[in-house]
Design a protein around this ligand. Sequence first.
Ligand code: ZN
Length: 89
Amino acid sequence: MQLFPCPFCGPRPETEFHYNGEAGNIRPDGAQVSAECWAGYLYERSNPKGAAREIWVHATCQEFFVMERDTVTHQLAATQTPGFAEHAE
Ligand SMILES: [Zn+2]
């Protein structure tokens, strides 16, 4: 089992975390965008092979954070939370 680094609780089993989407997928103003742009926000993902920035939530403390990881090797690079320093692994 892999350990994920929660910025608030420290290393915890991966089963305590839930994937919450790609980091940087900014919600557009629904009243101002075309249907194609809105559909892109909802359904299109980059699905990178290699380095990825993702939003995760730790189910135990309910905190959201950004985790950088390699989708091929599962190597973790860092975690970030708004207003907190980066935690390198
Ligand atoms: Zn936590």
